[in-house]
Design a protein. Structure first.
Length: 254
């Protein structure tokens, strides 16, 4: 397949199963999430997010082109330091969100992952660091995460806006979503850094994923990743959400 058509087909796959198609994010964005659901989400998303930079390092180490490899290194540098956006290590801002919904920093490294969480971690580590061509990791980890459409409600309010205005979190509670959803609560202001990272993934695929065999491998890896992610999202709702419990509000819980 022509590489531009191939990349477009990957973007279409991602868009068709974007996060907002899952019950988990529909519950969160509607303002109905309970403290237990938000806490469970932090606990079970933490193992996946903790491997992010190590997975991207696995891809970067195998990219021959200096410029494209450098763009991945910049991604890693920003995630690990927050220096490019003048913030902090992104994973620590996610821990701050967890603290605001009742998950202590010490707790994060002690939680037993659900089987669905372990399956996502195993897939991501395997395609980024295993025997598959690195473009399988580019498609099913880098592009899937960085090319994800913004999480917005029907009124176009973002995850950041919902965390701030609906769940009433303090600034440290929604800083993570400022860098991973939008910078102003408006879908038109999606993080420029995430756009750059998604563009880097597309450039890598255009340059290196050029044979039928590699394209089939990358597409299969992406389809598998999407299925695993949604099984993970569904498991969070199944294990942690009870609609009879009150919706979480930070100021009421504080």
């Amino acid at each position: 397949m022509d590489t531009s058509a191939f990349i477009q087909s990957l973007d279409q796959r991602i868009g068709a199963r974007k996060k907002m198609t899952s019950p988990l994010y529909q519950i969160i964005m509607s303002g109905r999430a309970t403290q237990r659901l938000l806490a469970g989400m932090v606990e079970q998303r933490w193992p996946i997010k903790s491997f992010w930079t190590r997975n991207i390092l696995g891809i970067a180490s195998r990219v021959p082109d200096y410029g494209l490899r450098c763009s991945l290194v910049e991604n890693i540098y920003e995630e690990e330091t927050g220096a490019l956006s003048q913030s902090r290590r992104h994973l620590e801002t996610f821990a701050d969100f967890g603290a605001c919904v009742g998950v202590s920093r010490d707790r994060l490294d002690q939680v037993e992952p659900l089987p669905e969480t372990e399956a996502v971690v195993a897939h991501n580590v395997g395609v980024c660091n295993g025997s598959a061509h690195f473009t399988a990791g580019v498609a099913s980890v880098l592009l899937l995460m960085e090319g994800q459409p913004p999480i917005v409600r029907d009124d176009q309010r973002s995850m950041e806006w919902v965390m701030k205005q609906v769940y009433e979190l303090p600034p440290e509670g929604y800083e993570y979503f400022t860098h991973h959803a939008s910078s102003s609560g408006d879908v038109e202001h999606v993080s420029e850094l995430e756009d750059e990272h998604a563009d880097a993934a597309r450039q890598l695929l255009a340059r290196y994923c050029t044979t039928d065999e590699l394209q089939a491998q990358a597409a299969a890896a992406l389809d598998r990743a999407i299925e695993l992610r949604h099984a993970h999202f569904d498991a969070l709702v199944r294990h942690y959400f009870d609609e009879r419990e009150p919706a979480f509000r930070y100021r009421a819980a504080a």
